[in-house]
Write a protein that binds this ligand. Structure first.
Ligand code: NAD
Length: 396
């Protein structure tokens, strides 16, 4: 299978490349990869664990994926160095193409020297054409291909019904070069879907979630899924919140305080970029409990932690006879290690969906996301059962 990663030089993307190639070479086992569970065994024959990677980025473009993975490794030491050495030759062949950072917010500029297509004085149409050319060259005649967005989080976009609510309006925006109304994630999603390539949005950015692009997916007949990978604190939250509901306990308040370093932390340290993430993290409580308890959700930059995200949670709830009770938990994990295997899953399940002629938003992939598109089901156990049922139903 071919996987085109937007943000291919980030830590999640490079960790996914290293891990996938290591699985292919049978150097590591598949712990963490959901689609290799017994429940999904039948996917092995349809979409084997063989990978080709490509992608867009906007920094470090003179380097190859091995050099970038090594730079992330030197800071984080997030897996056994031998694994990286075993896939060195394969990763050296992967070079990111220059992408677009249109309206990606001030957080992106903090990443350092950015090289993006819009700096070449291109029109919106020309940017779209360049992105399209790169992806189609990578695709060749292969049908088992997917585009996954793992780029830095964009700010919440400024909604404009004229351009975001219909495909006609979106294409008019491109023709009329209205750059101010588009974000980079929309452009990548547009190119993928237009060319019949399944698309997953692992970030809280807009991507294919706007009406215009949902319409495009339906029209072309291509599946997509998003938004924002559910990998850590929110995964635990969507386990615990249903527990309170089942036991008829009333959640009075829920505080989530996240600290992280690394590039993701640098970008989320900017309020505009951070807002998208907070909305995504915050919305699950209402959906899981059926009401919105008092909540505090904070994300702060903590440089020395690098990719080791730590999330402190305090839950105040009311039990029998009005007595107030408390629960505390701390999530402490390497963000890229919990995220990377899910890219393999999303690629496999979306290619599976395409093979089965499914189109539009695949709600049943909500299991993988904090803000699953077109569904309010966030309970992780329920989502897992839905995923299994969907897979088995469509196998036939
Ligand atoms: P990162 O900062 O290491 O990587 C992001 C990469 O995207 C960088 O290489 C950056 O240069 C590139 N980029 C930024 N804007 C771009 C654009 N417009 N086009 C192409 N490339 C662009 O971040 P990460 O830790 O790898 O996380 C990637 C994304 O995944 C973030 O949006 C993060 O919020 C999201 N996410 C991560 C996790 C997790 O790590 N557990 C969970 C859910 C969501």
């Amino acid at each position: 299978m071919k996987i085109w990663l937007i943000g291919s030089y980030g830590i999640v993307a490079t960790t996914a490349m290293v891990g996938a190639k290591a699985i292919e070479k049978e150097i590591i086992d598949t712990t963490g990869v959901v689609s290799t569970l017994e429940d999904f065994k039948a996917i092995d024959d349809l979409i084997p664990l063989k990978f080709e990677f490509g992608g867009h980025d906007i920094r470090a473009l003179k380097h190859n994926a091995y050099e970038v993975a090594l730079a992330h490794w030197e800071i984080n030491k997030h897996f056994d160095f031998k694994i990286l050495q075993e896939v060195k030759n394969e990763l050296e062949l992967i070079k990111a193409k220059k992408g677009t950072a249109l309206n990606c917010g001030p957080g992106i500029k903090a990443l350092g020297e950015i090289e993006a297509l819009e700096d070449e004085n291109l029109t919106l149409k020309e940017i779209v054409e360049k992105i399209e050319k790169d992806i189609l060259e990578f695709k060749g005649n292969d049908e088992d291909i997917v585009v996954i967005n793992v780029a830095s989080t964009e700010p919440v976009y400024e909604y404009h019904s004229e351009y975001h609510d219909s495909l006609e309006g979106f294409e008019k925006m491109i023709e009329e070069n209205k750059k101010e109304y588009v974000t980079a994630s929309m452009i990548y999603a547009y190119v993928a879907l237009k060319n019949g390539i399944p698309y997953a949005n692992f970030t809280p950015s807009a991507g294919a979630s706007i009406k215009a692009l949902k319409e495009l997916a339906e029209k072309v007949g291509v599946p997509h899924a998003g938004n924002d990978g559910k990998t850590g604190e929110t995964m635990v939250k969507t386990n615990l919140a249903p527990m309170f509901a089942y036991r008829n306990l009333k959640v009075l308040g829920w505080m989530s305080y996240n600290i992280l370093g690394d590039l993701d932390g640098v970008v989320l340290n900017h309020n505009e970029n951070k807002k998208s993430k907070i909305i995504s993290k915050d919305s699950v409580l209402q959906k899981a409990l059926g009401y919105s308890p008092y909540s505090i959700t904070e994300i702060n930059y903590f440089p020395s932690l690098q990719d080791n995200k730590t999330a402190f949670n305090f839950i105040h709830y009311q039990g029998f006879m009005g007595t107030k009770l408390k629960l505390y938990f701390i999530w402490d994990a390497i963000d890229a290690i919990v995220a990377a295997p899910l890219l393999i899953d999303l690629a496999r399940f979306l290619i599976f969906a395409k093979k089965k002629s499914l189109k539009g938003v695949i709600q049943e992939l909500g299991f993988f996301f904090k803000s699953p598109l077109d569904t309010n089901i966030v309970n992780l156990h329920q989502q897992f059962e839905i995923l299994k049922d969907w897979f088995n139903k469509n196998l036939k």
